[in-house]
Ligand binder design. Structure first.
Ligand code: UDX
Length: 461
């Protein structure tokens, strides 16, 4: 069990954590917050009111004190466009964050640091007005962050006209392997601006924390560290999934539903080791109906047992008879405890959109992947999954960008039982060890978190 260091008066240190309000951003920053409390700091998470009421937040020892983003009733999906939402959050949040800081400063003088999601760069300005130290917490891979930085400083011009790109500290990327917001910015108005604005005031930040680990993105982390005080602090999984026991930690973080007794675990338990294909496309991605259909045929064609997460908003895209036709082989659920599923010995492969959290979770738990990226950072993550880390395959797409049923079936079979599958499984085991080491005493991320806590504690003495 990790011991609290008695050398500093850590109980005096209070850290405020401001997440960007979506599932994939909130979860890793919450898990990081739990790591800070396990080292004796007091931490308060400030989600928006809407996130606080619409998600199950298992915050453990982390206190929750929500703020308004101006969309308390219906959340950001009710605002016309990302840019309009970001503008509203900036205007309202600049005031509500300042009020929150004032409130906590009034009740005790120990609040000394803001950890914020750099999708909300104005938070740095607000916190520095109060003399707080600031840490930007990047939830995506270091490589993807670096690509957005190159756009920010004009080294990667938009629109991208070349067919392939060579950027420092990363392999040559085809345009289709860049984040879709960079390769097709016109498809997502306002979103690239949001990503690029992360760097608008970053030169004033005290720490840049990235949810990755040194071995995984060694070269690009070192490259970033030449520009900012940048540290890898991941993977931010709950400690039990990294074979650790941390006082006060819980197995969950943010979930869309209460999943403490999920039926899918009972379904998985009797299945043979490595016999089940798990399929999930995260919390946001909306698949085109044709892709959903091809995926369904591919899964059926393989004839493996499968567990498929189809969110409520995606259900209509599934062919009516599919559930009936495959009920002896598969279970379809609206949401599941993904970490528990990935850690289950029955899982043989994960068909994923390659969201960064899902990718890191699979790497940390040694699960081979079939990457079917949908948008944003996912094409770049999928490239690394296949070509850099060797932990999965990327099915080819047709001229419409769709992975056909035969290709899908082939890749799943190859990962489950093929020649390449054997290498992929070996690499997956290697990365699992490496992820655990990073978060264990003496490991890179563990040490970086220790240094962060020690610096804050020194400030509070
Ligand atoms: C989004 C982006 O799409 C992603 O690319 C980016 O890196 C972060 O923000 P999301 O699409 O939700 O996130 O994907 P991902 O990053 O993979 O996060 C999904 C999270 O939901 C994971 O932590 C996963 O464990 C969890 N999950 C998913 C469940 O707990 N249960 C499920 O049934 C499905």
């Amino acid at each position: 069990m990790e011991k609290k260091d008695e050398g500093y008066n850590k109980a005096q240190v209070h850290v405020l954590v401001l997440p960007y309000p979506n599932h994939g951003h909130l979860n890793p920053i919450l898990q990081f917050a739990k790591r800070l409390t396990s080292r004796g700091l007091k931490v308060t998470l400030a989600p928006t009111h809407y996130m606080a009421k619409s998600l199950h937040i298992d915050a453990g020892p982390v206190a929750i004190d929500p703020i308004s983003d101006g969309c308390d009733e219906h959340g950001y999906r009710n605002v016309e466009g990302t840019q309009a939402y970001i503008e509203r959050f900036r205007t309202v949040g600049s005031q509500t964050l300042a009020q929150l800081i004032e409130k906590h400063r009034h009740s005790s003088n120990s609040l000394c640091c803001l950890v914020y999601d750099p999708f909300l760069p104005w938070a740095l300005d607000v916190a520095q007005r109060f003399g707080l130290r600031c840490a930007a917490f990047f939830t995506q891979s270091c490589c993807v962050d670096a690509i957005y930085y190159h756009v920010h400083c004009g080294q990667l011009a938009i629109p991208v006209t070349a067919t392939s790109i060579k950027l420092p500290a990363m392999p040559t990327l085809q345009v289709s392997e860049l984040p879709s917001l960079v390769s097709k910015p016109e498809s997502y108005p306002g979103v690239l601006e949001l990503l690029v604005s992360q760097f608008s005031n970053l030169e004033r930040v005290d720490w840049v924390l990235i949810n990755t680990f040194d071995d995984l993105e060694d070269e690009v982390v070192r490259w970033m560290a030449k520009i900012w005080p940048c540290k890898a602090i991941g993977p931010t999984l709950p400690s039990t999934y990294l074979d650790q026991t941390i006082e006060g930690d819980t197995n969950y973080g943010i979930t869309l539903f209460d999943l403490q007794n999920a039926d899918c675990m009972k379904w998985l338990n009797p299945k043979e080791t490595g016999s089940v294909v798990y399929i999930s496309f995260g919390s946001i991605a909306a698949m085109v109906p044709e892709q959903m259909d091809e995926l369904a045929w591919g899964i059926k064609g393989c004839n493996y047992n499968f567990l498929w997460v189809v969110r409520e908003s995606e259900e209509d895209k599934l062919r009516n008879k599919f559930k009936e036709e495959t009920q002896d082989k598969g279970l379809i659920v609206k949401w599941c405890p993904q970490l528990e599923v990935l850690a289950h010995p029955a899982i043989g492969c994960f068909v994923t959109h390659c969201g960064w959290n899902s990718t890191l979770e699979a790497l940390s738990l040694g699960v081979p992947l079939v990457g079917v990226p949908q948008w944003t950072d996912q094409p770049t993550n999928a490239k690394y999954v296949e070509e850099v880390w060797g932990v999965g395959l990327r099915p080819s797409v047709d001229e419409k960008g769709i992975v056909g049923r035969i290709e899908m079936e082939h890749c799943i079979r190859e990962v489950m039982e093929g020649e390449r599958g054997r290498d992929i499984k070996r690499n997956a085991c290697k990365w699992k060890m490496s992820a655990k080491e990073a978060m264990s005493p003496g490991g890179g991320s563990y040490t970086n978190i220790e240094e962060f806590v020690t610096t804050l504690s020194t400030l509070a003495i």
